[in-house]
Design a protein around this ligand. Structure first.
Ligand code: GRF
Length: 203
């Protein structure tokens, strides 16, 4: 099973995938990393790991559709079985979503369906939540709303800031994302409607 990882930023989630891959515990090959930003530190991580890295700079395209077509071609070059969005900060259109439907995994820094979109840690603090966390889910056309594969929670502390909270949520993301990729690669995800069951996983 080949996975292509889409990134936009620091790539700490990419690193957790690369580390599991190196240890032979990902159950999939990280075939390539594609960034929409030429300055993403994630590209450096890919190079260090010896994984092919490509840039498809969204600023060079007139609209989302033409960017998505270029992105689709970059990903197709590596014959991806699964596409992992690891801190990829662009909204995708059907040009990209349709060909990879059912084979795209995203990591989101909240306990969905709470706090879709950006600034999730600040929103959780402002809402007075006592728990917060991360979600790994299949990508559909509805932003941050696809079938949930796995979630992990952290307790919010009285002195938390968005930054301190983000740090603990990141730790959860780094555990959940490789786990979900492995389940996908092993063909253990059973999707019915919006629900995902992991075969052979009793939680
Ligand atoms: C993560 O919190 C991810 O859930 C969100 O963006 C952040 C990316 O972090 N979508 P990194 O680039 O993996 O370090």
């Amino acid at each position: 099973c080949k996975c292509v990882v889409l990134v936009s930023g620091s790539g700490s989630n990419l690193q957790s995938l690369l580390d599991r891959y190196r240890e032979g515990r990902l159950g999939a090959e990280v075939a390539a990393v594609v960034s929409n930003r030429p300055d993403a530190y994630a590209l450096e991580r890919a190079r260090e790991a010896g994984v092919p890295a490509r840039v498809v700079d969204h600023t060079g395209f007139p609209d989302r559709e033409s960017f998505d077509i270029a992105l689709r071609e970059a990903v197709a070059e590596f014959r991806a079985d699964v596409v992992v969005l690891a801190g990829f900060m662009r909204i995708l259109t059907p040009e990209f979503l349709t060909p990879f439907s059912g084979r795209m995994i995203n990591v989101h820094p909240s306990l969905l369906p709470a706090f879709r979109g950006l600034h999730t840690h600040r929103k959780a603090l402002e809402a007075g939540c006592q728990v917060h966390g991360a979600t790994v889910h299949l990508v559909t056309e509805d932003l941050d709303a696809g079938p949930i594969i796995a979630q992990g929670a952290v307790r919010i502390r009285g002195d938390d800031t968005p930054e301190s909270l983000a740090q603990r949520v990141h730790t959860v993301e780094h555990r959940l994302l490789p786990q979900a990729v492995r389940w996908f690669a092993e063909g253990r995800l059973e999707v019915s409607g919006n629900r995902v069951q992991v075969r052979g996983h009793a939680d």
